[in-house]
Design a protein. Structure first.
Length: 73
């Protein structure tokens, strides 16, 4: 299973576009230097009044299918 670590800082007003469906994907550069794109809805459980902020680890299977996301900081 592949794991990538990345930092996210999405203010609440920008996350609203994800929540409403106007924007579907989030794109970030991992600490490993790889660009990763994933559905923004997977961050929904980490949303608060300030938006989504923190360091996350995202896991993919061998076919690059999303398996899990975990907030580590």
């Amino acid at each position: 299973m592949k794991k990538l670590t990345f930092d996210i800082a999405i203010p609440s007003d920008r996350y609203e576009a994800l929540y409403s469906g106007a924007v579907k994907d989030v794109q970030a550069v991992s600490r490993e230097g790889l660009r990763v794109r994933f559905p923004g809805r997977i961050l929904q459980k980490y949303l608060n009044h300030q938006g989504v902020h923190g360091t996350f680890v995202i896991e993919f299977d061998d076919a690059n299918k999303f398996k899990a996301i975990t907030k580590i900081v």
